[in-house]
Design a protein around this ligand. Structure first.
Ligand SMILES: Nc1ncnc2c1ncn2[C@@H]1O[C@H](COP(=O)(O)OP(=O)(O)OP(=O)(O)O)[C@@H](O)[C@H]1O
Ligand SMILES: [Mg+2]
Length: 309
């Protein structure tokens, strides 16, 4: 199951409540050294809250475990100092250069040997040749890289990145992820939340959360296999009407991908029966490999049912 590599994050039963609502509900998570662990789930599912509990900024109401070998409750201050945390709305000083931003952060966090660390970080992230550029003049991708540099200044062993590429264009996101992989190959561990499927596919392991509950954890292949879905892709002039009609059937998972409709179900026979009325010369269909996104759509639909019950 696990490779036996040391766990950088190892928590059990992590729970957080606000008022009467349980927003993180007995969550278990284990992340091994050098891995990129993706954290996915719909808006408001508890990703940021979990990340903040892991980095010592928020005390869990229940649960225990360790992060970087420190106890998440008793040694929260120590964890806060040791991790690199990129918040969901990370801010930089737009009227300072790349280098000045890093020096400023080094001073605020009292990073020892600031000049050496700033230089090393600029080089590590390929920012050295741009160090005199104003942060405000950088494209979205380079801004994110600078934000990443700021988190790496104190040379943490663990990065907690909360939607680091939200709103960044596909090329810049790809480059950001190339950088994450290079860092992970050097032994850095990364927990990263994202809503992008292409990014999810680049993670070594994934955790999917909805309504505070962890619904699946494992490699992309394991998640797809565990879902046990059969998926058909359908195209034709009636897919819009078909989507509306099929969405009411709880055993089916329906989503549009480009101009095709993906319909998944655990039972092949039920799926066949549901699709039968929609066959015709104007409609084309093909059985396809179930994608990670099909699995997440199914997981989310199941979670909604549980929540309503
Ligand atoms: N300080 C707070 N007080 C009350 N409720 C909160 C607080 N912080 C978060 N919540 C609620 O907890 C739930 C989980 O929020 P959280 O920010 O962890 O979700 P998320 O998965 O990070 O969402 P997103 O993808 O939108 O960033 C939400 O319903 C949110 O409104
Ligand atoms: Mg969030």
């Amino acid at each position: 199951m696990e490779s036996g590599a040391p766990a950088i994050i190892d928590v059990h039963g992590l729970t957080k409540r606000y008022g009467g609502r349980t927003v993180v509900d007995h969550l278990d998570m284990r992340v091994e050294r050098g891995r990129i662990h993706g954290f996915l789930g719909p808006n408001g599912s508890g990703k940021t809250t979990t990340i903040r509990m892991l980095c010592g900024l928020l005390t869990p109401d229940e649960g225990s475990g360790s992060c970087l070998g420190f106890d998440i409750v008793r040694q929260a201050r120590r964890i806060k100092r040791e991790v690199g945390y990129m918040t969901q709305k990370f801010g930089l000083y737009e009227d300072l250069t790349i280098e000045e931003n890093l020096f400023f952060i080094a001073r605020v966090y009292a990073v020892p040997n600031a000049a050496t660390r700033v230089q090393a970080t600029l080089e590590r992230l390929g920012l050295a040749s741009r160090k005199t550029q104003l942060a405000g003049a950088l494209s979205g991708g380079w801004k994110q890289r600078l934000a990443l540099a700021a988190c790496l200044l104190h040379d943490p062993q663990l990065l907690l990145l909360d939607e680091p590429t939200a709103g960044v264009d596909p090329k810049a996101r790809r480059e950001f992820w190339d950088q994450l992989h290079a860092l992970a190959e050097g032994g850095l561990t990364v927990l990263v939340s994202t809503h992008y499927m292409d990014e999810a596919e680049r993670c070594h392991r994934l955790a999917y959360i909805a309504y505070g509950r962890l619904l699946a954890q494992g490699t992309a292949a394991q998640l797809i296999a565990a879902a046990g879905l059969t998926t058909w892709s359908i195209t034709g002039p009636r897919v819009g009407a078909m989507a509306i009609a099929l969405r009411d059937q709880p055993q089916l998972h329906v989503a549009s991908f480009g101009n095709a409709l993906h319909v998944s179900a655990r039972s092949e026979t039920e799926l066949e029966a549901a699709l039968a009325p929609w066959s015709g010369s104007d409609m084309a269909r093909a059985r396809i490999d179930t994608s990670l996104e099909d699995v997440f759509i199914a997981l989310m639909q199941g979670a909604t049912d549980n929540y309503a019950a």
